[in-house]
Structure formats: C-alpha cells, structure tokens
Design a protein around this ligand. Sequence first.
Ligand code: 3PG
Length: 210
Amino acid sequence: MSDILCELAKVRIVPVIALNHAENAVPLARALIAGGIPCAEITFRTEAGQEAIRRIADAKLPILLGAGTVLSTAQVDAAIAAGASFIVSPGYNPKVVEYCIGKGYPILPGCATPSDMEMAIEAGLTAVKFFPAEQAGGLPYIKACAAPYPMLKFVPTGGINAENVAKYLAFPKVLACGGSWMCPTALIDAGSFGEITYLCRQAVEAIQAI
Ligand code: 3PG
C-alpha cells in the first residue's frame, strides 16, 4: 500500500469539504485537527477549492490534504500545484486515473460497479472510493464485491454519518470512510468551527470501539 493509503487507513475518516470562501480553509483545518480527524478532502465543487488547498498547505498544518471531485487532468495539476497529496474523483475516469498513475499521484477513483472495480484493478490500483455508498447498496454491496476482488480496499463515501460509520469501518476491506457530515458547508459558511470540532469528536468516539 502507498504511504498515503497507509495514512488514510490510520486516520480512518476523510472529511469531504465544499468551501465557499477560501479564508475559512485554515480555521476549518484547525477545527478538524482539534476534533481528532487530521484529514481534509477539499473538493473542486466550489471555486474556492484550489485556493483553500493552497492556504492549508501553506499553513503547514499536520493534516493529510487531498483534493476531491477532481474531474479532469487540469484539475489534477491544479490540486497538486496547490499542495494536495492525493486525488479523489466521484467516478472512474480512465484519463484522470492514468494521468495520476503516470505522475505518481495517489488517486482514489469512485467505483460503484464491478466493471469500475475491474478497471481499477487493471490499472494497478489497490484502493478505490465506493460512491455513492449508502445509495448504491451500502455495506452488503461492498461485502459482495470484496469476494471476487480480494485485492481491493474500499473508501465508502456518500450517506455515511456518525450512526453508520462504525459499521463500515468494522469490515476489514474498508480502508477509511469519507463524508461531509462533520463539516457541512452551512457550518463552514457560518464560521461554526467549534461545532465542526464537536462533530469530529463525536465521529472519533463512534469508531473508538472498533
Ligand atoms: C462525496 O463527494 O464524496 C459526497 O458528496 C460525500 O457524500 P455525503 O455528503 O453524503 O457525505
């Protein structure tokens, strides 16, 4: 497993973030760290995404910093230039995957079907995002796919929350879980960083017994 995948496996929860204002990036990163989740997937879903990554990277915080909703090779370059150390995409885009592999950038492409997963295996990947996790069949679906593809680990994302995260992480093929429940955009926009830290702690507590 790559170093980044090992780090993700330690952090276990990947906050998926859509930031409207780049000035909230560093306070948000500090809130996640204070809550015990030193990881951030800043999505390119908002215009502030790249600048938010840059600000967190420049602040040299002890946080695993990735870029999410990466839909093109241009966005891969923008994310890496800003300081992201891993790339996440919602679906399996062969161009984006091959580009990342060629450059040596860790990539977690979204896979929702066995065909997607076989493309990932063919490309040499050992971990994929499973998206949208709850909507696509949840843990039973992952368990079914883990049987023919024992070489793959999954990062389920989509519909995961403090109530169901432990159930996913208890399955050994689940490397980490992604989700936005601890950092909803409304709380970020409101500057409610204390609340975000509280939601992170709640998530950490929820998975402590695993
Ligand atoms: C993602 O892009 O990974 C999802 O939007 C996160 O899903 P969630 O908001 O249901 O956690």
